[in-house]
Design a protein around this ligand. Sequence first.
Ligand code: F0G
Length: 364
Amino acid sequence: MHSTTTKSLRSGGVIERYRGFLPVSPATPIISLGEGNTPLIYSPRLSERVRRAVFIKNEGVNPTGSFKDRGMTVAVSRAIERGATALICASTGNTSASAAAYAARAGISCVVILPAGKIATGKLLQAFAYGAKIVAIDGNFDDALRIVRELGETGDFAIVNSINPDRIAGQKTAAFEIVDELGDAPDFHLLPVGNAGNITAYWAGYREYVARERSTKCPSMLGFQAIGAAPIFYDRIIDKPETIASAIRIGNPASWKQARAAIADSRGAIDMVSDEEILFAQSWLAQHEGIFVEPASAASIAGLFKWCDSEDAVHSFQKIREASRIVCTVTGHGLKDPDAIIRRMNELKPVAATVADVRRAIEL
Ligand code: F0G
């Protein structure tokens, strides 16, 4: 018979690996899909560019293709422990895909409230595939989250957005994994920022590892928003956020204050990148490092380029120690959001099935 007790790190999931750091007890039923333990990939071409060691934490290889699964395993396990029979979330796509999968795994229902017409194809498809009850609203993510907060108060649903502290607790395990692999924290950590839960979670994880003497330092946290959706950068609510990176199309982030604290306490920064920079970084990463991510994820890579090309000292890696180590989190898999690239695929025209025609088409 197949053994369920001898599990690899991967199939065990983040609760099994980091139980002592998470809000679970022996009584908590573990709802897991083997999330976490994602690759931290040394990136030679990015490192060459920055002349510092750059690593990519590839969260796109989680079970539903994004970092959300780390927090979802904890949030759903705890919700089941408390007797929940239905989950609810607002989402720009990835949270809903993850919530729907973990609800299916737990055998409970899941309601997802989404901004109509603004969810990337792959993510919406996931919510359908996992059997969620999907409601599209004429509004943006911020409207959806407002509705979810109200519905959550009725007690009929367990909210699994990152306003649920169990989500943040689960997501901090990504910082633990990075330290466990590098032997200490990196000097800089770059990541995209939308609702600001993830930057909050990483910062909590890094601090906790110092407190528990697993590491000697914390990195500076550098968060990147899209230019049309940069409320934290401008320090004001953006009523109509716009960006091609639909995952981070958010004008009023729930964890705004926590993100500000993480940036200030880590001597980091919040910055923004344009849609053009995001799409360039997405293609560059796929074609030079073999890592295909969704546009929102490429914001951290666009940020890295900005910070290595800039003359401005506040935005420059050229001034830091050469031995510095930099980690960029890429948050979601490229296949989730194929629309921008599908347009290029339409250029593909078939040729006759002969060696001569194929050779001509290769143009070599
Ligand atoms: N990258 C991706 C791929 C995301 O889906 C999100 C957020 C972020 C970055 C930003 O993370 O919100 O913690 O600052 N997606 C949420 C969702 C909002 O509904 O899937 P954050």
